[in-house]
Design a protein around this ligand. Structure first.
Ligand code: AMP
Length: 188
């Protein structure tokens, strides 16, 4: 399966992505994780990405696409992957479509969560980019840049929307039922 996990910061994408990948034997590609690793390693790319990440802005498409392409070219990704935190804007989604060609994204799972709950969760998480002012910016960036992807994938008939409120197990069950439908319908 070739999947995209979409949702606002704090929706629980990373946690659910790990469980989905373990259950369906997919490569987990998190651009946030790859970028944080690049920053920690002090690589040239990491240095270029750091300021945008600290501010809660998007890192340039050029940097992010280079990371994604490198990972998707590895042989294991041919069996299936889950993209977590990517694409984050329409330009990235279009570049992904062009790269994948006729082996394109098969299903997009959109995790829905209201702003109040997002704020509550992120403030509790306490990551470096989780200070209130940075969170507010990340939410704004999500609304302006990333949320339009919901309509983008809806237009391609690929979107399944789930409620991200509830326990980790409850949310995972909702995702599993979407994916069961996907597998059942994927006979062709
Ligand atoms: P995340 O772990 O997905 O919340 O990502 C953390 C930060 O990494 C974001 O706030 C962005 O600065 C950057 N980032 C992650 N994924 C992308 C992406 N697809 N495009 C641009 N920036 C990204």
């Amino acid at each position: 399966m070739r999947l995209v996990l979409l949702g606002p910061p704090g929706a629980g994408k990373g946690t659910q992505a790990e469980r989905i990948c373990a259950s369906h034997e997919l490569v987990h590609l998190s651009t946030g994780d790859l970028l944080r690793a690049a920053v920690a390693a002090g690589s040239e790319l990491g240095l270029r990405a750091k300021a945008a990440m600290d501010a809660g802005d998007l890192v340039s498409d050029e940097i992010v696409l280079a990371l994604v392409r490198e990972r998707l070219e590895q042989p294991d990704a041919a069996k299936g992957f889950l993209l977590d935190g990517f694409p984050r804007n329409t330009a990235q989604a279009e570049a992904l479509d062009a790269d994948l060609g006729d082996r394109g994204v098969q299903r997009v799972i959109s995790m829905r969560l209201d702003d109040e709950e997002i704020m509550r969760r992120l403030l509790a998480r306490g990551r470096k980019d989780d200070q209130e002012i940075v969170i507010r910016n990340r939410l704004e960036v999500y609304r302006e840049e990333t949320a339009p992807l919901i309509a983008y994938y809806e237009g391609k008939d690929l979107l399944s929307s789930i409620d991200a409120l509830g326990t980790m197990d409850e949310v995972f069950e909702r995702i599993q039922s979407v994916l069961a439908d996907e597998s059942a319908g994927a006979g062709a």
